[in-house]
Design a protein around this ligand. Structure first.
Ligand code: HEC
Length: 223
């Protein structure tokens, strides 16, 4: 005990002399953090939580936030339709290919397709309902099945993809809004089947070049 009470200078001397190891105590004799510091830290933490909670409660109510995001949700970006490109890659490119070339006689091309060089309602309705039946594209006849996407994609998503198709492969790219998709859904609300090939599409929609390829009218044959 008497050695523990030695002054620091004595300790120093004993450590130099090699006796310090026997005296070494690994425990701090008192708490190194003074209690006022602990109290202040706690007080700051509590203040921070109260401030955060207060800001959360005073900010816009959920319904106000939803209205804002719906407004944003309702527009396809016309300058940079990144969503359209992304969705095309995810849902369409496995069949039609990223460059829209299609696959031999199995999948028709989107490039130079009369169904894209037509009113936007055509692309929208093909995406919504799909196609099952013979269809003629760029001089070739296809007899496959294009899946239905109406149940899996929102109006905004269908609009973004349709706009992307027009941006990439139509002569006159146009902006397509989600409300146009909503109108088409409403127009064909009772429809449950895919379009029955090019004939039905041509009969329902105005598809200038497709009609000529499928069934030339007598006047055209006369030319
Ligand atoms: C599983 C393969 C497959 C996928 C995925 C697919 N399609 Fe198709 N698509 C087809 C086939 C096959 C046809 C031709 C239908 C037929 O032969 O009856 C077609 C036809 C079309 C046509 C009309 C013909 C033409 O070439 O212009 C368009 C437009 C079209 N698809 C767009 C799309 C878009 C947009 C997507 C993504 C949302 C998509 N397709 C996803 C297989 C697919």
């Amino acid at each position: 005990m008497s050695r523990k009470k030695t002054t620091p200078s004595h300790n120093k001397i004993s450590s130099i002399s090699g006796n310090a190891n026997q005296e070494f105590e690994p425990y701090e004799p008192f708490n190194p953090i003074p209690w006022p510091v602990i109290a202040l830290t706690l007080a700051l933490a509590v203040w921070g939580i109260i401030t955060l909670l207060g800001e959360t409660l005073s900010s816009d109510t959920p319904s106000q936030q939803a209205t804002v995001s719906n407004t944003v949700e309702n527009e396809v970006n016309q300058d940079n339709n990144a969503q359209g490109a992304e969705l095309f890659l995810a849902h369409c490119s496995s069949c039609h290919q990223q460059n829209g070339a299609g696959i031999n006689s199995a999948i028709p091309p989107l490039k130079n397709s009369p169904y894209i060089n037509a009113d936007p309602e055509v692309a929208i309705n093909i995406i919504l309902f799909g196609i099952e039946g013979e269809i003629n594209v760029a001089g070739r006849t296809y007899q496959g099945r294009m899946p239905t996407f109406g149940n899996n994609l929102t109006n905004k998503q269908v609009a973004a993809i349709s706009q992307y198709l027009h941006e990439q492969w139509s002569e006159e790219p146009i902006a397509i809004q989600p409300v146009q998709v909503a109108i088409e859904r409403e127009r064909f609300a009772t429809r449950t089947r895919p379009w029955a090939g090019g004939d039905e599409l041509a009969a329902v929609f105005n598809i200038p070049h497709a009609e000529q390829e499928l069934t030339p009218t007598p006047s055209q044959e006369d030319e």
